[in-house]
Design a protein around this ligand. Structure first.
Ligand SMILES: Nc1ncnc2c1ncn2[C@@H]1O[C@H](COP(=O)(O)OP(=O)(O)OP(=O)(O)O)[C@@H](O)[C@H]1O
Ligand SMILES: [Mg+2]
Length: 427
């Protein structure tokens, strides 16, 4: 950092304001003003051309305001850090600036020390981000290629119902699939409101946006730089950090990205969003297993039935689409819902693959600490049920070998522990 000057572009329509900033910056040896613009439009053009580390951007300008310009830069020069400046320091201005992708906000005229400190901090941030994303360019690239002999399974965790427990099931399934020598990746496919990061207390520096941008030219270093590693060792591909950044994920390219990542992982668990569109269908198509997560409530079961009917219509084999009932309570076993579950089961002629009990305390405890539910009290429900589900899934995906005649057969997957589970197919 110290050996390289921080390159700054000043964008302000008032000449005196530009000059003041230029003079202040001239006092410090680590700053270099590489250009000045008197409006947003010119500022965007110069930023794309000069690729400075930082743009000091005024908000109120006549031709193109700073917010619009910052949004343009986010799209066209994402590695440039924008610091927004405005005479108005109200919360609403700051909120709009940050929403537009600004990395910081200064009230005009900024005191020298505050200006210097903010510039250095933001430059540090954007440079580490740029290094992260482009480090692979400097090395010899190890391209991601499909490997014919490598078996990799995509497991999609889907529900037509919001809040059914997809993220809970996906994070725990991914954690439970991890074992020595098995490479597991969890992908947050909820591009607008993905919360895997919150569930696992991750602070991703880069997200799927950086990988998708380079999907046609992916190499292993870039992938490793973008994935974030949870304390447990689980690798995670995070969703965009802000809902509006979902626009930067050309979703049609997501299946191609997952296809490439298959060469590096044995299991890829997808935490899907509820929407069914062509991308969702392409991801479901490539999955070896689709876990349909439903809460045992009448509306959820109705929508679940529709989703399962759709999967059947798509020609998915029965062993591919698995019903997972989540948040099951003992009271439900005696209720009308049990009846509905039975109807569901009869209509589709299939048993629930897993039944996960409701346990507010343990599930909340895990989320609040950023760990998986299965990290604690593994022998107790619901951790035990989640682990049994992962084991059963592995067993169903592992090609069965004829055991030698005198050796005992491997033990069958543990049946669900609750009564409802047994009722629905546990045995
Ligand atoms: N078995 C369970 N017992 C108790 N609480 C649970 C259980 N499963 C999930 N929850 C809680 O229910 C809420 C919703 O779960 P989660 O976020 O996993 O659902 P989701 O389907 O991913 O939601 P979204 O549609 O918002 O992505 C969370 O607060 C979670 O802690
Ligand atoms: Mg979720």
């Amino acid at each position: 950092m110290a050996d390289k000057k921080i390159r700054i572009l000043i964008v302000d329509d008032i000449p005196e304001a530009r000059e003041r900033l230029q003079k202040l910056l001239a006092f410090e040896p680590d700053f270099e003003v590489v250009g000045m613009a008197s409006g947003g439009r010119e500022g965007v053009r110069l930023a794309i051309e000069l690729q400075p580390d930082i743009v000091l951007m005024d908000i109120n300008m006549p031709d193109m305001d700073g917010i619009t310009a910052a949004n343009e830069l986010r799209r066209n020069a994402p590695t440039v850090g924008v610091i927004m400046m405005s005479v108005q320091g109200e919360a609403e201005y700051i909120r709009r600036a940050l929403q537009a992708g600004a990395r910081d906000f200064l009230t005009k005229p900024p005191p020298a020390e505050e200006l210097y400190a903010t510039l250095r901090r933001v430059a540090e941030d954007v440079r580490s981000m740029t290094v992260l994303v482009s480090s692979s360019d400097k090395k010899e690239k190890k391209k991601l290629e499909a490997q014919d002999d490598h078996i990799s399974h995509v497991i999609a965790v889907y529900s037509p119902q919001g809040g059914a427990g997809k993220t809970t099931i996906a994070t725990n399934l991914a954690a439970a699939l991890m074992r020595e020598g098995v490479r597991v990746l969890l992908v947050d496919c909820d591009f607008q409101f993905g919360d895997v990061g919150i569930f696992l207390n991750l602070k991703p520096q880069a997200t799927i946006v950086e990988l998708i941008r380079n999907v046609d030219d992916l190499d292993i270093d870039l992938v490793n730089n973008v994935l974030v590693t949870h304390d447990s060792g689980l690798r995670v591909l995070a969703a965009p950090l802000r809902p509006e950044d979902a626009d930067y994920v050309p979703i049609a390219k997501v299946p191609a990205l997952i296809e490439k990542l298959r060469s590096v992982f044995d299991y890829i668990v997808l935490d899907m969003n509820t929407r069914i569109d062509d991308t969702t269908l392409a991801l479901l198509d490539m999955a070896s297993r689709v876990l349909l997560v439903l809460n045992p409530t009448l509306p959820a079961l109705k929508n679940g039935l529709a989703a399962m009917t759709l999967f059947n219509g798509l020609g998915y084999p029965e062993e591919k689409t698995l019903l997972v009932l989540n948040r099951v309570t003992p009271e439900l076993e005696r209720s009308k819902v049990t009846l509905a579950v039975n109807v569901f089961e009869q209509k589709l002629r299939r048993k629930a693959f897993a039944v996960i009990p409701m346990d507010e305390k343990r599930v909340l405890f895990a989320v609040n600490r950023g760990i998986s539910v299965i990290a604690k009290d593994r022998h107790l429900s619901p951790a035990r049920d989640l682990i049994a589900m992962a084991d059963a899934l592995i067993a169903s995906l592992t090609p069965k070998q004829e055991p030698p005649a005198q050796q005992p057969l491997p033990a069958p997957a543990k049946p669900p522990s609750s009564r409802l589970g047994r009722l629905l197919g546990g045995g």
